[in-house]
Design a protein around this ligand. Structure first.
Ligand code: HEC
Ligand code: HEC
Length: 211
């Protein structure tokens, strides 16, 4: 092949890549894919808020970028069905929470969800994959509501704030949010940054925004 011909082929290939990019862009716009946050501000960013209560609230608002992210909300739904994907569509096929969040008899979550992500079929996994109880539903809730829910032992699995911090820093379902497999946007920032925000929120009195 001549050098000129080779250059033409490279140009055509490059144009195809550009066109494909444009097509993907249009596709996602027409489907209203939400602009999901990808980063978290560091705790130090909030140091100049002099009022402790306002600082506490600002820290929680930043952490709520994770709490309200599809990776968490899909498993903390307000109904009896999980949702799926960045668009938080109802889970397909239809599955129900069952009496303990592990699925209805005969269609347990573990029928399809294994001990780890199964990337070839895009099925997420974890050894204890199941749905959060209704008392911990975050779907459609305000940041203030979620904040008060998190602090309420009657609705948070009888945890004090230290136990909540331990849960978010050690639980494998929480950590899965930053390792969700292909085709899903990870929760913003890192798990360590998220935990640091909630720790700083706790240290400043764990104040909640007015719902
Ligand atoms: C019949 C198979 C099957 C069963 C049973 C099942 N799932 Fe799924 N689930 C899937 C598949 C497949 C996907 C991936 C869909 C995709 O994103 O392409 C999925 C995705 C999900 C997601 C989406 C994760 C995300 O953030 O995108 C959640 C949450 C979920 N399942 C929860 C559950 C829960 C909880 C149960 C039990 C109550 C359950 N599933 C039972 C097949 C199943
Ligand atoms: C596969 C489903 C699943 C995913 C994904 C998931 N959770 Fe949960 N979550 C649960 C279940 C089940 C419980 C209840 C377990 C318990 O109380 O020990 C729970 C409980 C919690 C609690 C306990 C206190 C409360 O009041 O809610 C917190 C905090 C929490 N999850 C945070 C998160 C965060 C943050 C994410 C996303 C980064 C997340 N979860 C993603 C299933 C999930």
């Amino acid at each position: 092949m001549s050098a000129a011909m080779h250059k033409v082929l490279i140009a055509v290939a490059a144009a195809a890549v550009v066109l494909t990019g444009a097509a993907v862009q249009t596709f996602s716009q027409t489907n209203d894919v939400p602009e999901l946050p990808t980063e978290l501000k560091a705790v130090s960013t909030f140091a100049d808020i002099a009022d402790t209560q306002s600082r506490s609230i600002a820290l929680f608002r930043e952490a709520s970028k994770v709490l309200q992210h599809p990776r968490c909300v899909n498993c903390h739904p307000a109904g009896d069905r999980p949702s799926q994907g960045d668009l938080m569509r109802p889970h397909q096929p239809v599955v129900m929470r069952g009496k303990d969040g592990h699925g209805a008899p005969g269609l347990a979550c573990t029928t399809c969800h294994g001990g780890a992500n199964f990337d070839p079929a895009r099925v997420p996994g974890d050894p204890h994959w199941h749905l959060a109880p209704l008392s911990m539903a975050w779907e459609g809730k305000s940041v203030g509501y979620i904040c008060n829910q998190l602090k309420d032992p009657r609705r948070n699995g009888n945890r004090d704030i230290a136990a909540i911090l331990k849960h978010v820093s050690t639980d494998s379902l929480v950590k899965w949010g930053w390792n969700p497999g292909p085709g899903r946007t990870p929760a913003p920032g890192s798990n360590a940054e998220f935990v640091a925000l909630l720790q700083a929120w706790a240290d400043t009195g764990a104040h909640c925004p007015v719902p």
